[in-house]
Structures are given as structure tokens and as C-alpha cells.
Design a protein around this ligand. Sequence first.
Ligand code: PLP
Length: 470
Amino acid sequence: MTQTLPRAVPALFPSAAERGRVEAWLTEQLQGAISRVQAGPVTPTIDMPRFREELEAMNFDHPRPLEEMLRWSIERLEHGIVQMSNPRYYGLFNPGANFPAQCADRIAGAFNPQLASSASSPVPVALENHLICAVARRAGMAAHATGHFATGGSEANYTSLLCALTAAHPAFASEGARAFPGAPRFYTSRDCHIAWLKIAHQTGVGRSALRLIDTDGRGRMDPAALARAIASDRAAGAVPVMVVATAGTTGGGMIDPLHACADIASQEKLWYHVDAAWGGSALASDRLRGLLSGIERADSVTIDAHKWLATTMGCALFITARGALLSEAFHASTSFMPSSVASVDPYLNSVQWSRRFMGLRLFLALASAGWSGLGAHVERAVAVIARVREKLEALGWTVANSSELAVLDVVPPGSTDVRALVRRVVSSGRAWVAPTIFEGRDVVRICATNGETSDSDVEELIAALRGAAC
Ligand SMILES: Cc1ncc(COP(=O)(O)O)c(C=O)c1O
């Protein structure tokens, strides 16, 4: 007689009643932890040597109750990370996650759809596609523009270089960089996000393929220097393939001259990519979107919803007006996939194969807030930075950048060592800011990343900066 199968492992697949009970408890625990985090220090307070010892003692031989481990995980995160959900985090482009996106993660986690193929996930694939088209339209790109969700700006930017190389030589797909009669080159400003170096490495063209172009004294790529670099590379036998303009530089929030860069790319017949990983979110605002004029001329665009639109990580959009290139760069054939439609199936049009339902994070945020709500969120960040600027200028600080977005680079009065000042602010736990270099000068970089920063959070930042500057 056939024996019945063993029952599902209860620690992994508890009963529905048990799940419901634990979920309700977890929600309550998380709410408590996040409200403590919002009122507490921004920086980690955990004793790391002790934590490492604790980890060493965990050999996973003896299972522990899930609830105990959930409590343990929340407690360790409450004390063991820089807190993005703290409204005094004025840091890198990492947001306190919006609530609709957190709900999306819960839904995606429960259903765990496989977004590699349109046959496995017809609804999620169509929904993501609809969202990509909506953002492309908002950017003013061609009606046929297409794309996909990526894990982050780095993956989306990597995709752009693969497309540019594929467009530049029909044999790149089979021969790689060897196909080119000279060394391939691509161009972006020296204030770009430096992951471009890793991207050059990943695509096989080598890090020396990246040409970092001088800026114009205001943190924006200098178009004349760009044109000169392309001409001198061509004269030396190299093969230019792509121009990348940054819309919202990481250090200074500056926007490269998008039309001038588009003109040069078009004259030189090069792929034109706009890395709008952070600044692209300004498209949500009717007041600010004009700052991105010229983005509509791009062959491809990167926008990270997990930056300024505050979705959970990672949730980037890669959008291209040249969808056929995506299908060419990522084509593959196999008999085991449930569908293989070249222009539709995500696994045939992107770096990833198995893929999470990332788009639901932006979908729920956009559907529930509308463009007006996302626009108000973006404009609020600009208002936070305007307030910080006004207060610091009144105290004699100098503003180094001239971003119309939500990054402020400032220098304290006198001869204070900026890096030491930032270290003092961060170690106080009162606020989190970063040191960076803008146009050759050490500056304190302050970015509004948290959607709930209040007047008193701005006061606390100013007090922390003043205290550290003494
Ligand atoms: C302009 C720009 N591009 C690309 C990236 C990389 O994005 P991600 O961290 O999502 O990979 C960043 C990250 O801050 C960025 O600021």
C-alpha cells in the first residue's frame, strides 16, 4: 500500500491560523520598532563584536521558534543599521520606504510570482509594462518606448551599455569587444555614479573604456570637453559607442545639459543614455519636470523608484525607445520556458531570468497617490532643502552647488575640517549627512530623502551641524 506523504515542514509552512496570528503580532512589533527608530539615533548603536560572537554561536543545528527569531531580527535591525526611516537621515539616495510599496512587498512575497515569462505571470508582466509606458509618456519619450524593471540603477545602466554595444556592432553579440576595429569607448561626466567603472568591467570592454569628461565648474558635464574627447578618441582609432548624461548627480544633484549632450550623441551617431536614477523622479512634479527637458531624446533612461519615489529596494526602471535592441541583446532559446515571445517575455529582454514582482511597489504607490501625490512628495523634499539652505546661509555657511533638486552641498564658515565635522554629526546620532567633493572642494552633502522630515527635524539637523562645526 502507498504510504501518505510526510506532512509539510511546519516550521516552514505553518497552518493558516498560525500564520494569521504571527502576522498580526509581527505588524504590531514592526510598528513599535519603527516609531522608536524615528525618534531615536540615526546611526547604529549595536555592539558589533558582541553581535559577531552571537552569530558565531549560531550553527543552525537546533531550530528555534520563529517568533523568537522574528523578535531577534527586528531588535538587531533596530540597532544595527543606519536608519533610512528616521526623518533625520539626510543621506545618500536611500529613502524611508513608502507604505504602499511595503504592502506590495507583502503581496509579492505571498504569491511569489515568477516574472521571467509572460505565460507564468500574465498579470504582473502586463502591469509592469503598463507602468513603464506611463513613465515613458511622462518623460515625453516615443509612444513605442518600452523597458523593464531592474534591481537598481546599476543594473539598468549596465543594460544601457550592453544595448549601446549591441547597436554599435552587429558582431558584438557573438564576438564581444573583439568585434570592434578599435577599443570601444563611452563618455560620462567625472561627477557620474562611479558604478560605471564596474559596468565597463562587466561588459568586457574594460574599465579604460570609460572616459570621464570634465565638468563646467558647476558640476555638469562640459559639452565642449565631451565633443573634444570623442574627436580625439576617433583620431586615435578608438570606437565611441555611447554618451551618458546624468540627471541628478550623486554628489551635487546637478543635471547635465541634456539637449547639448543629445545633440552631440546624435551628430556622432552614438547611443544616448540618461542616468536619471535619482533625478528622474522629478518627472512626477508638474513644477519640476521641465528641468529634465531633453530626457525625451534619450535612447534609454534609468530611473530608480527606490530612490526619490521611496519604494522599497530594489525597484529601477530601464526605459528605451529602441526596444528591438533589448531583444537583440538578451535573446536566448530554450525548450523549458513556458513562453518565448521575443518582444514580451522579460527573460528575453533583460539581465535577469528569475525575477521578483518589483513593479508592484511603484504601481501601488502611483495608483494610490497619483502623479499629484508623488509630485507633492518630490516637491516637499525640495522645500526641506530650501529651508536647510536658508538657515545655514543665515549662519554664514556657503552653498557650493546650485541644484534645483533636493541635494545641498555646503561648507561651514571658517576653516573647519569638513570630513571631521561630518564624522562628529554622524557619531552624535542626531542626523546623518555625508562628506563629498564638489568641483574639487570638500563639502557636507545634505539630501532630503525621508518623506516625513518635519520642521523640528530640520532644526535638529541645524543644531547638530552647528554643534559639530564648533
Ligand atoms: C546617478 C546614479 N546612478 C546610478 C546609481 C546606482 O543605483 P543603484 O544603487 O540603484 O544601483 C546611483 C546611486 O546612488 C546614482 O546616484
